[in-house]
Ligand binder design. Sequence first.
Ligand code: FMN
Length: 217
Amino acid sequence: MDLFAAMTQRRSARAYLNQAVARADIEDIIRYAGLAPSAINLQPWEYVVTYGEEKDRLVRRLTRAAAERQISCGSGASKPLPDKYLRRTRQAFQVMEPHFSKLGIPFNQFVEAGSCSFYGAPVAIIVTIDRVFPQIRYLDLGLSVAYLLLAAQAKGLATCPIGLITAYAAEMAEELSIPAEKEIALAIALGYADETSPANGFKTGREELSEILTWYE
Ligand SMILES: Cc1cc2nc3c(=O)[nH]c(=O)nc-3n(C[C@H](O)[C@H](O)[C@H](O)COP(=O)(O)O)c2cc1C
């Protein structure tokens, strides 16, 4: 698949087919993720893949944790967000809401429960970074994750980055024996999208170029 087509067609999938992903494909995707550039080639990203009974066990643990300590999705910003960001979020919700409401579950509940179960994807990928690194190295991690999402797209697979579950990082670390020196930065659901589900029936929009680009000439 052409890179531009993968970039244009990729979207987060929130319903998956009950279809396994070949181990070789998962390895390939992580290999591509590892091709991302990083400051002084530190390659600070590390990936933990879980599927089958191990993934189901993790989902049960996350679901329990979410029932005890409910977290809602948000920007994580330390101050009230400027209007333009609120507008973008509102627009995304407006695009998603009618589709999610077809499922008969309130939007927040769908996203919170869905995130904790990786939206039923057969594979969950956990992205970690050594705590020794400063926050700026998350930039490198993000580049690698973008490579991963596009590699999956190019293979006909679907993904959903899931940040919400980092609220349950302690439970995840225990379940997957992730050592204390590693920080869980993100999870990614991976599988074949169920295109018939209303949860996958939309594509979020993006700002015009003029909103994100400034020229000085
Ligand atoms: C760092 C990050 C964290 C995210 N966390 C979640 C999440 O917890 N649950 C979820 O359903 N989607 C999550 N998403 C997906 C975003 O909602 C999605 O990327 C955004 O709405 C744009 O839509 P698109 O990916 O379909 O283009 C996350 C995306 C990123 C990049």
